[in-house]
Design a protein around this ligand. Sequence first.
Ligand SMILES: Cc1cn([C@@H]2O[C@H](COP(=O)(O)OP(=O)(O)OP(=O)(O)O)[C@@H](O)[C@H]2O)c(=O)[nH]c1=O
Length: 613
Amino acid sequence: MVLYPVMRKLLDKRVVLASASPRRQEILSHAGLRFTVVPSKFKENLSKASFPTPYAYAMETAKQKALEVARRMHQKDLRAPDIVIGADTIVALEGLILEKPVDKTDAYSMLSRLSGKEHSVFTGVAIVQCSSQGGGLDLDVSEFYEETRVRFSQLSEELLWEYIHSGEPLDKAGGYGIQALGGMLVEAIHGDFHNVVGFPLNRFCKKLAELYHPPRPEDRPREKQDSIPAEDTFDGLGDSEGAGPGQGGARGDRRRPRAPGREHAKDADRKPSVESVPPTAVLELIDGYKVSKALFTACKMKLFDLLRDKGPLSALDVARKIGASEGGTGQLLDVCAGLGLLDKTEGGYSNTPLATLYLLSDGEYSLHSFIMTQEEVSWPFFSYLDFAVREGTVQAQRAMGTAGEDHYQESFYKNREKKLQFMRAMHGHTKVAARQVATAFDLSGFTSACDLGGCTGALAYELARQYPGLKVTVFDLPEVIEDAVCFQPHGPEAGQVSFVPGDFFQDTLPEADLYILSKILHNWPDDKVHQLLSRISRSCKPGGGLLVAEQLLDEDKCRPLPALMMSLNMTVLFQARERSLSEYRSLLQAHGFTDVRAVRTGSTSDAVLATRA
Ligand SMILES: Cc1cn([C@@H]2O[C@H](COP(=O)(O)OP(=O)(O)OP(=O)(O)O)[C@@H](O)[C@H]2O)c(=O)[nH]c1=O
């Protein structure tokens, strides 16, 4: 087995390990990797309930840890490292994710759950390849995870407490360290030991082999989609053969998480059993709609507003205040607590920071109206997904009782109340990512911008805040512009933004050096997109820019999940879709835009910038 070429590939690169874990540092330095440690400041507070599997959660956390470091270093130095590695280790038992215990009692509760049972340790790893171009930062993320099964012996109370008092559990996922005293608790382990300790070294090396020496197409295993190299080896990585990043198509392939049971090529012959492929992921998928509906219902009842104003409250108090049954209200509140939206204490229920930030109806980053449009518009359309797939048409007649063309009007502009709700929905959804989109590239060279279909000005105001020399025109339909004033902020940035009514498919576009399309192109099929881009191209002067803010699909179109779901949403509602970076690149290039670059924000919009040749 050729070991060193894997690491040698990285010798001339600035590698950063975005982790404070001494174990990860040790594993990687023992393997001969040279790197700098920059611990991530990403707060590990993603909602676990929103991930279909524990490993999806670990991979996303790993990714966010690495992205935070890449962005911070780029902002500080204007030069990001070449590679940032992030990792996250979790322990999963019977659908429950255990991270580091917060105190000894928490460690006790974790270890006593693990006692006498088998659990899984998942480490998610993200390898972020960075390139800085013209002040911008292009980030390509590859992620994977490894699973190791660990069986604990039956632990006596005495042993448990002695172990807890040793102090070892507190900085370790699941409350134990297999590499030290915790090794004595372990009866059996199936899989990579290093993965339990915090870093799946073997799988990492295979991933590097894939990234820096992608197999030739004819050598690839026949079973498409499997991201594991066919051979269980790192051979063939001789320096003379190495294809650099960007060659061979390996960059940017944030591969799909593998379904359990498709883990190793050599396992392919083994018949899957309910032990090796537990049904958890399927059971969680079955419950997806219940989770969404519970969130929609709590928002509709404005439970989070009530708990902000009057909380903490008991289930009975909440039930009385909203005029609902005590039993049903209690169930809904408990579900919200289980989903990480509420805290439940003896004093009653109160909002978690996640709910405070996004679920109040009037918060600065409120997604409340967006959630309500999902409930009122998307939900009925999704009920007819099978018809939409079979017939390839918008199911407006079945879902709304209206003809296809009228449903946009009916759904969003039927009356002023509906229109304002739609505007608030767009405002919140844009606002949560606005700062990341506005700062994804250095736009300080532009003096005027025009946000086409900019609605309430959520992105325009953020651009104005970030670039005090920039004047931004929001161009949108007259019925939108007449109510945009309701969303005007109080700061000085308001003076930099003006509103012009018009239809971007018909009217003359305002002059600007930078045009912006935020959440517009995903509303339209390719022919309409070409029509719009051709109009912008004619208005845009050479050297001018076009900033597109949309959720980017990976090149294989199977990830990331939020972009994938938004794409399905656009198909069901409008026969439109989300696109990958290469699809945007060819659309933009067809209209004279070059130098197409992207920054993935991990939020509700990624950013793509192109220059008019
Ligand atoms: C099961 C197990 C875990 N760990 C450690 O648990 C931490 C997990 O936490 P994390 O959030 O993934 O990492 P972190 O320590 O907070 O570091 P960071 O990467 O900066 O988030 C990591 O340390 C791992 O080694 C062990 O040392 N031995 C074990 O047997």
